[in-house]
Design a protein around this ligand. Structure first.
Ligand SMILES: Cc1cc2nc3c(=O)[nH]c(=O)nc-3n(C[C@H](O)[C@H](O)[C@H](O)COP(=O)(O)O)c2cc1C
Length: 140
């Protein structure tokens, strides 16, 4: 059974809600999935997982959160080179374009990006819920 870690940063809860849906989708597809907010995740446990769903909202100016998420990512990426990942997060006034740079960064670090999902604010629409679960299923 594939073991998935869902690791997210969320300031106001929207990306957290997506994280729970991604984990649900992974479990429904047969994987084991653990969900961690970024401050609860120990990068030294990365070897325990086959695949990662990484979540961060659009922050700064179309950037990742650099207070907690980027410092964690800087440590995590070298430990999970070659592994499958999906990227997700919420955005507000933009269009989710911050995820393009994030995908490039991930691939440059050797991660295999199987998919990504940007949701406007919270995942309340049926199509967002379906897309988040499908994203998780890709890692199973
Ligand atoms: C400091 C700050 C910077 C933000 N920068 C962007 C941005 O560049 N582009 C965008 O689309 N939304 C931006 N937003 C909006 C958030 O991405 C949006 O509210 C998102 O739903 C927050 O997700 P969260 O609840 O997981 O924290 C910003 C919000 C804050 C507080």
């Amino acid at each position: 059974m594939s073991k998935v870690a869902v690791v997210y940063y969320s300031g106001t809860g929207n990306t957290e809600a997506i994280a729970e849906l991604v984990a649900e989708g992974a479990r429904e597809a047969g994987a084991e999935a653990d969900v961690f907010s970024v401050d609860d995740f120990d990068v030294n446990d990365a070897d325990n997982y086959d695949a990662f769903a990484l979540g961060c909202p659009a922050s700064g100016s179309e950037e990742l959160d650099d207070s907690e998420f980027v410092p964690m990512l800087d440590e995590l990426e070298p430990k999970i080179s070659g592994k499958n990942v999906v990227l997700f997060g919420s955005y507000g006034h933009g269009d989710g374009e911050y995820q393009n740079d994030w995908q490039e960064r991930s691939e440059a670090a050797g991660l295999k990006v199987l998919g990504k999902l940007a949701v406007e604010q919270d995942p309340s629409e049926d199509e967002d819920i379906t897309a988040a679960k499908e994203l998780g299923a890709k890692l199973a």
